[in-house]
Design a protein around this ligand. Structure first.
Ligand code: SF4
Length: 373
């Protein structure tokens, strides 16, 4: 597999060229590129190339690896990741012990690879809380980052420290970007990271030879550029003051807004409303639970059922008054009215993934396409 192009890999797996081209169009839409970039992506992915990948795991639950492996069917996205030659991934590789260590050593010596890091890195007491093969995670990360093209911090633990870094942080856990300062680092937070966003990041890298545009926290804008609240299907209920007040109450059964139950959608940037999880089967708010802000730094400190602090949703004077439900609301609640819509990115991603799940259609709707800024 490693010496073949993606196009060959697709054929070997019995996936039609039509599906391959559709995938490229979908990736263009997901990356907020115009439809013309679908052709460019197809051309780039069809070229023979072999980009090695070294995947390290430190203080983590392997949830990101699991999310990547637990797709219900082989997709072109999975094949994209297959075309990246996974030279070292201690969780899924067949080799073990000294053989595995040799694979890693050889890959690092050859250089030119993408380094994916899952989990935070303990730094307290000399880093003794995570050692592999007798070496600390700090030491292994430093060595592996030295020859990498770029580093992908996958999941919230690698991106921001995650649960290990939550107070009182007994292991002195740090994120990848706190320790790797001499290489480009891209953060793909989430608990777990959505495999779709890893695939799109890889496609962007293979197509353009660089990482996608990022925000101030090193998150790619295509996936973390829009607030969940602005694309949430329950947003209309927020704007009307229709809130779930208790699990399984009437509002919960009607699909009303989960803000009163601790939803952090108003302070969370992620494309969940557009791409969902598990082949877009569902995502927390769709399943009836509030967002826990898993793509934001320090989300463990927010309090799962504490209400998010709303600072950007003061009611504009031009808005109509909040529609009061039959039950009375608290003064705080009645002051909550939605801000700007910001639906474009979510609509693009949603349309793109709806397309991906339908084998008969190739085109990404015009409404789902936006020029790359
Ligand atoms: S508070 Fe949560 S459930 Fe309500 S509209 Fe915002 S994101 Fe959706």
């Amino acid at each position: 597999m490693s010496d073949s192009s993606l196009e060959q890999a697709v054929r070997e797996r019995g996936i039609s060229r039509r599906s391959f081209l559709k995938f490229c169009a979908v990736m263009a839409g997901t990356l907020a590129l115009s439809s013309s970039y679908g052709t460019r992506i197809a051309k780039a992915l069809a070229a023979p190339k072999r980009t090695p990948l070294v995947w390290l795991e430190f203080q983590d639950c392997a949830g990101n690896t699991e999310a990547l492996l637990r797709s219900s069917r082989p997709t072109v996205g999975e094949i994209v990741l297959d075309v990246l030659s996974v030279d070292y991934h201690e969780t899924i590789m067949a080799a073990a012990g000294t053989q595995a260590e040799k694979s890693k050593k050889d890959a690092i010596a050859a250089g030119g690879y993408l380094l994916v890091v899952e989990g935070s890195i303990p730094t307290a007491d000399g880093g003794v809380y995570c050692t592999i093969g007798g070496r600390t995670a700090m030491d292994i990360l430093s060595e592996a980052a030295a020859n990498a093209i770029a580093v992908v911090a996958i999941g919230s633990c690698a991106a921001f420290g995650g649960l290990p870094k939550a107070n009182p942080n007994p292991t002195g856990a740090k994120s990848v970007m706190e320790l790797v300062t001499n290489k480009p680092v891209i953060n793909l937070p989430g608990c777990p990271c959505n495999a779709v966003n890893l695939t799109a990041t890889v496609v962007h890298f293979l197509t353009f030879g660089e990482l996608p545009k990022m925000d101030s926290q090193n998150r790619p804008l295509f996936a973390y550029g829009a607030r969940i609240h602005d694309n949430c299907p329950r947003r209309g209920h927020f704007d009307r003051g229709e809130f779930v007040r208790a699990w399984d109450d009437d509002g919960h059964r009607k699909g009303w807004c989960l803000y009163q139950m601790g939803c952090k959608g108003p302070v969370t940037f992620h494309n969940c409303p557009a791409v969902g999880y598990n082949d877009n089967t569902s995502w927390p708010i769709k399943a009836g639970h509030g967002c826990i802000a898993c793509s934001e730094a320090g989300f463990w400190e927010l309090g799962l059922y504490n209400k998010a602090k709303l600072q950007e949703f003061a009611p504009p004077s031009t808005y109509a008054p909040v529609q009061m439900p039959v039950q009375s609301l608290s003064p705080t609640t009645t002051a909550i009215v939605g801000g700007a819509a910001g639906l474009a990115v979510g609509a693009a991603g949603a349309a793109a993934y709806i397309q991906l799940s339908k084998p008969d259609k190739m085109e990404v709707p015009e409404s789902a396409q936006a020029e790359k800024k």
